[in-house]
Design a protein around this ligand. Sequence first.
Ligand SMILES: Cc1ncc(COP(=O)(O)O)c(C=O)c1O
Length: 393
Amino acid sequence: MKDWKFDTIAIRGAYDALKSNSIVVPLWQSVAYPFENAQQGADAYAAEKEGLFCYGRWDNPTVDIFERRLAMLEQGEAAIATSSGMSAILLITHHLCQKGDEIVSSNRVYGGTFVLFDVGAAKMGIKVNWVTKPNDISCWEKAINNKTKFLFVESPSNPALYVADISALAKLAHSKNIPLIVDNTICTPALQKPLQMGADIVVHSVTKYLCGNATSLGGSIIAKKKVIKEIRKGAMRYLGPSMSPFNAWLLLMSMETLSLRMERHSSNAMALAKFLETHPKVESVNYPGLECHPQYKLAKKQMTGCSSLLSFIIKGTYKEAVKVIEALKLWTHATHLGTSRTLVTHPASTTHVSLGEEELKKAGIPPNLIRCSVGMENIADIIADIEQALGKI
Ligand SMILES: Cc1ncc(COP(=O)(O)O)c(C=O)c1O
């Protein structure tokens, strides 16, 4: 089991089919688990022994298999599943910081993460220092002080596809004795393994590619056993942002095909990016697989594929961008990404609207930027649809 490769783990990891008498992981749709005696109850509550389950807010057998399988895929020690990607980021922030502490984050992050750090963390007495030139390591260094509790980076980022130098950031973080947290939602462990590059903690919105079909909201933190255990025995119990067993079960089904799907997502996105790059109505394309991307070489070094998120700036204004989006017939207009269906979003007015005009500019999200999560439909159909829509402006 130690030598199992990625796809074998994705299908069989952390589960013994013979022992459970079922080739598919069963769904334990139960919030509590009976104890044989008082000592076992106390042991389950203390969470010091493996294999004892206590109460669904912090443990469940189906969720446990999902957590252990995901940790194996990320090559991490342990994982904890959460109700959403946002609750995973909230939980790790809450775990690592006290009132008066500070955090340092790239400003190229998902809009919800931006607001969590900017508004939510402030409510907890935690200050965020934004790095607005995240590809310049000296800007990170300058933002760190003796109150800094962690560095946070999303790579590639949503929606501008900034790629961070994970090894360099890990080196910097460790020189200051603080952890580096990487949001690996866009690549998933199928395409990028931040812990292997020196990151200490990985977070995910598993709602996206890990789920892959827009059925289940969820998140995860992957870190050292000690960190996960402290969270499970601590904030998970009193905050309660738990993943439902049914979502964990659906996610286990989807994860079986993760690397196959990521391959198709990446090849479809590459073909679309190349098409858009030469289109006369398109000003520029953000996709790390294109040689014109500012971190192309870095992306090649640290990712085995570029995933399916891309964005493009059209020649025109907000008005033209909206006209293109509304003219699309196959692509679905929705604020989501990472599903089998091609989805289109206007980030400046939806997912990232709370940044405000000035921060949007700094984060590279102009009003004429369109974000696309390329699905797994036939690429000819995906291209034909955007071609006709661009023809409307
Ligand atoms: C990169 C990234 N991280 C985190 C999140 C938040 O995840 P969730 O919607 O599961 O809370 C998102 C959501 O779009 C995201 O794109």
